[in-house]
Write a protein that binds this ligand. Structure first.
Ligand code: GUN
Length: 290
């Protein structure tokens, strides 16, 4: 097995972005800035938000942090977004998902000004991605493309299977893979796909983003497939300091005796997601400065 660790990929992107940011600021621009909104106390979301804030600090970005309680009203969040949309000192706005059940996620995402939507979740950005026009590309799929570039993983003419059709990962991933120049032949599986193996056995690249550990193992793929594991699942384990450990959606250990290339969890795709958010925020700052 080849381990597609992402620490070095992340560091390379971060170093390049730091140089660009320093030069942008040296020209008299203010530092890129990101507003981060978190609603509720979900442990994983709090960790993600904290990682995003730390990345901002390493790069010299400004960040504005907003916390709402679990029972916050939809209107309160919408009012904040309205304010951030017009603030001159805010380049990017990120609302951490998932939101509590009583808040309409679509309504919140649709309220973010497309030019500040650094997650690339708003209809204007999703439509532009679909049409192959310039836009903010959602961070996880964008990070996966960066992994392909770093490890020289060919996509042209390859068979790619995306397992999971979420708006955050599956759908935009499929869009990127089928774009001109990337040129993969793409199949997207969902929870109603009868036998996932019917599709993965023939795949050169499998991207697994279901949020379910053990979705695939080595018996699902060819001996030399590329496996990109997007899952970050917390598995309860009282013997660990935090009370859990992290597992991907793929059974990593099952690939050890194969020729497959596999991203680990942790240390894989998640590292890229944060850095791509920083890239999108830098891009937003550039656009505003023009
Ligand atoms: N929740 C899981 N992934 C993401 C992401 O990329 N962006 C936001 N805003 N929330 C998420």
């Amino acid at each position: 097995m080849k381990r597609l660790g992402c620490k070095l990929v992340q560091q390379k992107v971060e170093e390049e972005l730091k140089i660009k940011t320093d030069s942008f600021i040296a020209k008299g621009n203010r530092a890129p800035s990101l507003a981060v909104i978190l609603v509720g106390n979900d442990g994983a979301s709090m960790t993600y938000v904290s990682n995003k804030q730390k990345a901002c600090e390493r790069l010299g970005f400004m960040h504005f942090d907003y916390r709402f309680s679990e029972d916050a009203k939809e209107d309160e969040v919408l009012a904040l977004i309205d304010e951030l949309n017009v603030r001159e000192d805010v380049d990017g706005i990120l609302v951490q998902l998932p939101l509590p059940g009583h808040i309409d996620e679509r309504k919140i995402i649709n309220a973010i000004a497309p030019e500040k939507d650094v997650d690339g979740f708003s209809p204007v950005n999703v439509g532009s991605l679909c049409l192959g026009q310039p836009c903010y590309v959602p961070c996880t799929p964008k990070g996966i493309m960066e992994i392909f570039r770093y490890y020289s993983i060919e996509t042209v003419g390859k068979k790619a299977v995306v397992i999971g059709r979420s708006n955050i990962v599956g759908k935009p991933m499929a869009m990127l893979l089928m774009q001109k120049g990337v040129d993969a032949t793409v199949t997207v599986c969902n929870t109603k796909t009868g036998n996932i193996k019917d599709y993965t056995m023939d795949a050169d690249i499998v991207i697994v983003a279901t949020g379910r550990p053990g979705t695939i193992d080595s018996s699902y793929v060819k001996n030399d497939a590329v496996i990109i594991d997007v899952g970050v699942n917390r598995i309860s384990d009282p013997s660990r300091e935090k009370g859990f450990y992290l597992s991907g959606d793929a059974d990593y250990d099952s690939f050890r005796e194969t020729e497959c290339s596999v991203t680990p969890v942790p240390g894989g795709v998640g590292l890229m997601t944060v850095m791509m958010l920083m890239e999108n925020t830098y891009e937003a700052a550039l656009r505003r400065a023009k």
